[in-house]
Design a protein around this ligand. Structure first.
Ligand SMILES: Cc1cc2nc3c(=O)[nH]c(=O)nc-3n(C[C@H](O)[C@H](O)[C@H](O)COP(=O)(O)OP(=O)(O)OC[C@H]3O[C@@H](n4cnc5c(N)ncnc54)[C@H](O)[C@@H]3O)c2cc1C
Length: 462
């Protein structure tokens, strides 16, 4: 089938037509062009997709902005005498973020065009297995890649038009004095933490009994305590039933009978794959029961010439996953067909204050998989905070399969956790044992050295 498609490509306008100029789509287009394929990308909005425009990048920039609040508070402990009127000029932050994102949009466009990729602007829809319609233009391709991402969902409650999703949070007219965050996932936690640190009074409401489901329980509890200590008020076991507007304020009725008066309501309760209006079902592309595009291990849909990667297939909604899926797909279509996708031990970070980073298994997952598990856990006050005066602490945790001595889980809550865990994730993927961690000389004085100096298991194998 593959060779057949490759031969047939002469008959089409392009070898590959990508719908969606986000993380997955742009990576796929550039790589395919690098293999000599003729490629076009259709994008309905700004180039770069969710990550660049309303996701990872602006969020991390705002997280950096928030971190200055802590830095100013800590500075006096190191002898700095700062004036007492430090304040955030929110319009300046927004303008500078917007300018940087516009620069990145241009960089993405430039990267594509200089690779020989044609950019088509507009909303695309499949007309048949090889034809995509953009407005009144019809384009054919040997392969079509759907990389249309996902969008935030809102529950069907009275007043849903009064609530915000993450797309709107970056351009709020001002930092709200009071903010209600709804959700318990990483996006909810990040925005709660960022806006709290920027000065808002934040209440977080979650229907569950703990934040960050799926993360290691120690990490979840530790972060919850840190957020609470920072002043985020957390209310579990509650959902929002109704939102009303009253003289610019929002009155929010919860399922437990409580009412919250706030200035803005932000929902981060889920993201749905963007499959609507693409003509997928009409062309015979199967969807999963959750509405994602169903693909096989090689990212092929039920229509052999149509492929899908990234958030629209709803496996792991992270940028590096979309990038890797695109890399594997293009290697199969135009390259050596030797790469494969491995979803095990994907490292990830949560940019709360403090950050979380994690790779591999949680303790619960490890205990379900291995007979004997050893846990190494350390909490401490980082050196910086001995002078800063802040009470924030760091958590580091290693999970080891006691029979093989292999490290199968690495978790950290603390400053720059993502930077630390990314490196250790390579060692873990390479099969490093706890003995090899122990034999590695630490870098002193760092928090990271704790990962190579934790000597005593806290929970010996049963
Ligand atoms: C608030 C937030 C924070 C995040 N933070 C992180 C993070 O810190 N780290 C991380 O790894 N991930 C993060 N993510 C997730 C990450 O942004 C996504 O996993 C990633 O962008 C998925 O890439 P994609 O290519 O699948 O889709 P996208 O990047 O969403 O790109 C899809 C593109 O397709 C376009 N499109 C859709 N339909 C059509 C159509 N019919 N015609 C033409 N164009 C179309 C869209 O306009 C969009 O540009 C975050 C997401 C959000 C919302």
């Amino acid at each position: 089938m593959q060779n057949q498609l490759k031969q047939d490509s002469q008959a089409f306008d392009f070898d590959l037509l990508v719908i969606g100029g986000g993380s997955g789509g742009v990576r796929a287009a550039r790589l395919a062009a690098g293999h000599g394929a003729s490629v076009a990308v259709v994008e309905q909005g700004a180039m770069g997709g969710t990550c660049v425009n309303v996701g990872c990048i602006p969020k991390k920039l705002y997280s950096y902005a928030a971190s200055y609040a802590h830095a100013f508070a800590e500075a006096s402990g190191f002898g700095w005498a700062l004036s007492s009127d430090q304040h955030l000029d929110w319009p300046t932050l927004k303008d500078r973020r917007a300018a940087e994102i516009a620069r990145l949009n241009g960089v993405y466009e430039q990267m594509l065009t200089s690779s020989g990729v044609q950019i088509l602007h507009g909303r695309a829809r499949l007309a048949d297995a090889h034809t995509v319609v953009i407005g009144d233009q019809s384009v054919t391709a040997a392969h079509v890649l759907v990389a249309t991402g996902a969008s935030a969902t809102l529950p069907d409650i009275p007043g849903r038009e009064l609530v915000l999703t993450s797309d709107a949070m970056f351009d709020l007219p001002q930092v709200p004095r009071r903010l209600l965050v709804v959700g318990g996932g990483y996006i909810a936690c990040e925005f709660a933490s960022i806006f709290r640190t920027l000065g808002a009074e934040v209440v977080l409401v979650h229907r569950g009994t703990g934040l960050l489901s799926g993360f290691d329980d120690d990490v979840r509890e530790f972060l919850q305590a840190e957020l609470a200590a920072d002043g985020v008020e957390i209310r579990f076991d509650a959902t929002v039933q109704q939102v009303q507007s009253d003289a610019g304020r929002r009155i929010v009725a919860l399922s437990n009978g409580q009412a919250i008066v706030t200035d803005a309501v932000f929902f981060a309760t889920g993201r749905r794959p963007n499959t609507f209006g693409l003509g997928l079902e009409e062309v015979g592309v199967d969807l999963t029961p959750d509405g994602a595009i169903a693909v096989d291990a090689c990212f092929q849909t039920s229509v052999p010439s149509v492929h899908a990667v990234g958030d629209v297939i709803d496996r792991v909604q992270l940028t590096p996953v979309a990038l890797r899926e695109a890399t594997v797909l293009i290697d199969r279509l135009f390259g050596s067909d030797t790469l494969c996708m491995d979803y095990a031990a994907i490292p990830t970070a949560v940019f709360t204050h403090p950050n979380i980073a994690t790779a591999g298994l949680s303790e619960t997952q490890a205990r379900a998989r291995f007979e004997r598990v050893a846990i190494y856990r350390s909490t401490f006050r980082a050196l910086k905070h001995t002078l800063s005066g802040r009470a924030t602490r760091t958590l580091m945790k290693l999970i080891v399969d006691a029979d093989t001595d292999r490290v199968v889980g690495i978790h950290m809550v603390g400053e720059d956790a993502g930077e630390v865990v990314q490196g250790f994730a390579v060692a873990m993927r390479a099969g490093a044992t706890k003995a090899q961690f122990d034999s590695t000389v630490g870098i002193h004085p760092t928090a990271a050295e704790e990962f190579v100096t934790m000597k005593t298991a806290i929970a010996e194998p049963a």
